[in-house]
Ligand binder design. Structure first.
Ligand code: PLP
Length: 252
């Protein structure tokens, strides 16, 4: 079976397929993903928003091509949930680690499955928490796994969930279109100030091969990151125009 992935996508969603020798993994640039799906493609795997560049996938085109070739779809929403609108029900599978834009402690991650894809999968890591009745599933040897995707649950890292619950509740009450308008608007304002084309993204990146720009931001007390030879600056709810001005002043 062929699994189609994106050049430079986050390794956590690519390495598991590369490890399975029976699976043929093909990589293409994000912009060519939809047109690269063929009848041989069993699964198309991509991040909704790319970690290294902030680029947003053309979900409509990918879904249309996947539908035409009866290809399952797997979307990683780690870099979009909480900042960009996303509808998990559009995909056969989504995964999301909530420690990015959803501002949760590390260790709270989500999986969604369509019924048709769920039917293809085996819960290899099932333990008591995957049981139909969790507290009646603590001891074997009988197993009664949940009938739905909950059978893929693993035992929760409890302290992380204590922090995730209020954080995710807060995001669920927000208008995410509004959050995206604010954050991508700040991204465009930064692009204007830098004199580079607007990226229409909450994550703005530019070439910084020697890390000089990143060094200037760090020296000014601004948190940003260097990824794949590029500087990556991100805007979230708590940022405003003064942060754009601070970045531009630090880079001068
Ligand atoms: C697209 C994407 N998926 C997943 C992760 C996190 O992966 P893991 O849960 O293996 O830490 C990240 C982190 O940057 C990411 O950008």
């Amino acid at each position: 079976a062929e699994v189609l992935c994106v050049d430079g996508d986050f390794s956590s969603i690519v390495f598991p397929f590369l490890e399975r020798k029976a699976i043929r993994v093909r990589n293409v640039p994000l912009a060519a993903l939809a047109e690269s799906i063929t009848d041989d493609t069993w699964l198309v795997v991509f991040s909704h928003v790319q970690s290294a560049t902030g680029q947003v996938a053309d979900v409509a085109a990918i879904l249309e091509a996947a539908g035409a070739h009866e290809t399952y779809t797997f979307c990683d929403t780690t870099q979009s949930a909480g900042v960009h609108p996303v509808d998990a029900s559009l995909f056969d599978a989504t995964v999301c680690h909530s420690y990015k834009w959803l501002c949760s402690p590390r260790g709270v991650a989500f999986l969604t499955l369509s019924e048709r894809f769920d039917a293809q999968l085996t819960p290899l890591q099932a333990g008591w928490y995957a049981g139909d009745d969790v507290w009646k599933s603590c001891y074997g040897p009988q197993i009664h796994l949940a009938a739905n995707a909950r059978r893929f649950d693993v035992s929760p890292a409890w302290p992380a969930w204590v922090g995730a619950e209020p954080a995710i509740r807060m995001f669920s009450e927000l208008d995410i279109d509004e959050v995206w308008a604010l954050t991508s608007g700040l991204g465009d304002a930064l692009c204007d100030g830098l004199g580079i084309p607007q990226q229409h993204q909450a994550i703005v990146t530019w070439a910084d091969p020697d890390g000089r720009d990143l060094g200037k931001l760090i020296a000014a007390g601004i948190k940003a990151s260097g990824r794949a030879g590029r500087l990556r600056a991100s805007f979230h709810l708590w940022n405003d125009e003064s942060d754009v001005a601070a970045v531009l002043a630090a880079l001068r």
